[in-house]
Design a protein around this ligand. Structure first.
Ligand code: KG4
Ligand code: ZN
Length: 336
């Protein structure tokens, strides 16, 4: 089955052609980083306008690169949430228009769920139930995955998502957007023990995350250093390393606690922050006996291949597509 996937939840316009859930024939991503980097974050109105400009060329390119024609498509899968409302509407309406014109079914996909499905596209042998860890720019969550499409939420962030915290800390250190790779780069030369920066603890649920206080601690440290007229390159590196270690150690600790509590040896990690090498090293060091799986190269950040892949499973399970009144959702529950 040939599935055309569309993803436009935030600042990437993407289209991919995937056969039978995991054979990627093309995976086109038009990034808007150039557009937003000077603002230190995504400007929704600018994002929407760019999506409109590039969505048709991106779809055309994906079809061409896959060596197929539009009429060969069996199903259209589209991320209809969670994300920026205007951005979602562009991808969703493009998908509906294609479905209508080609007389093919379409399915709406939760893009956060697709970040975890991306890991399964690496052809790894994942044993269910397993623990799923979503660490993206908009979401941070721990789940127990019983099978594809069947999840229970164990914990989530009560304030900032992990990637969001990286982006905000980068901004207050005058680093460009997206902040994650910048912080990781500085942290390579930094001393993570120099500043006492900690992740938050949530009394009501030991599996929930809180990074807003972590970010504020960085802000106060920056102010303190600047007031002493000394915010050297080394200070920046040490602060980046201290912040990165606080956030990522917290994620690893809670993931391992969840694995223990739910009796799972396998952990899959998806979303943009899964690019981070320090995170991968931490899991390796702290969980040598667990099986930890990551998305294949090119599928860590927002992409449409994971949407097409997951769409294939949903369509097979339900045996029919969604109705044309399917809505774009800025928030979407992540439960079975
Ligand atoms: O999954 P994603 O593409 O978008 C959302 O669905 O939100 O993730 C983007 C996020 C950004 O916040 C970015 O700073 C973060 O992933 N990120 C990283 C790294 N690469 C990207 N965070 C930490 N370390 C990295 N190497
Ligand atoms: Zn995403």
């Amino acid at each position: 089955m040939l599935v055309l996937g569309i993803e436009s939840t935030c600042d990437e316009t993407a289209c991919a052609i995937v056969r039978d859930g995991n054979e990627i024939l093309s995976n086109i991503i038009s990034s808007q980083i150039d557009l937003h980097s000077t603002y230190g974050g995504v400007v929704p109105e600018l994002a929407c306008r760019r999506h409109i400009d590039v969505i048709i060329p991106v779809i055309d390119e994906a079809v061409k690169k896959a060596g197929i024609e539009l009429k060969d498509i069996d199903l259209i899968a589209v991320a209809h949430g969670p994300g920026l409302i205007g951005a979602l509407l562009i991808g969703l309406n493009a998908a509906k228009a294609l479905a209508l014109a080609l007389k093919k079914p379409f399915v709406g996909i939760n893009h956060v769920e697709a970040h975890l499905y991306a890991v399964l596209m690496s052809h790894c042998q994942v044993t269910f139930p397993c623990i799923g860890v979503v660490v993206s720019g908009g979401h941070t969550a721990l789940l127990q995955i019983k099978e594809i499409g069947h999840y229970s939420l164990i914990g989530h962030t009560v304030d900032d998502a992990a990637g969001e915290a990286f982006d905000k800390v980068a901004k207050l250190m005058n680093l460009p957007y997206p902040g994650g790779p910048e912080i990781e780069r500085l942290a390579l030369n930094g001393n993570a023990k120099r500043f006492a920066i900690k992740a938050g603890k949530i009394k009501t649920n030991p599996f929930d995350f809180s990074f807003s206080g972590t970010k504020t601690a960085v802000l106060y440290t920056v102010r303190d250093l600047i007031s002493k007229a000394a915010f050297s390159e080394q200070d920046k590196c040490d602060l980046a390393a201290s912040f990165q270690a606080a956030v990522l150690q917290d994620i690893v600790n809670k993931s391992l606690l969840a694995a223990q509590e739910y009796g799972c040896e396998t952990i899959i990690v998806g979303g943009g922050v899964s690019n981070n090498r320090y995170l991968r090293e931490l899991f390796k060091d702290l969980a040598p006996k667990h099986q930890i799986f990551w998305p294949p190269t090119g599928l860590t950040m927002d992409n449409a291949a994971m949407i097409a892949g997951l769409g294939y499973h949903y369509y097979l399970k339900r045996g029919q597509g969604d109705a044309y009144d399917l809505e774009a959702l800025t928030r979407m529950p992540f439960l079975s």
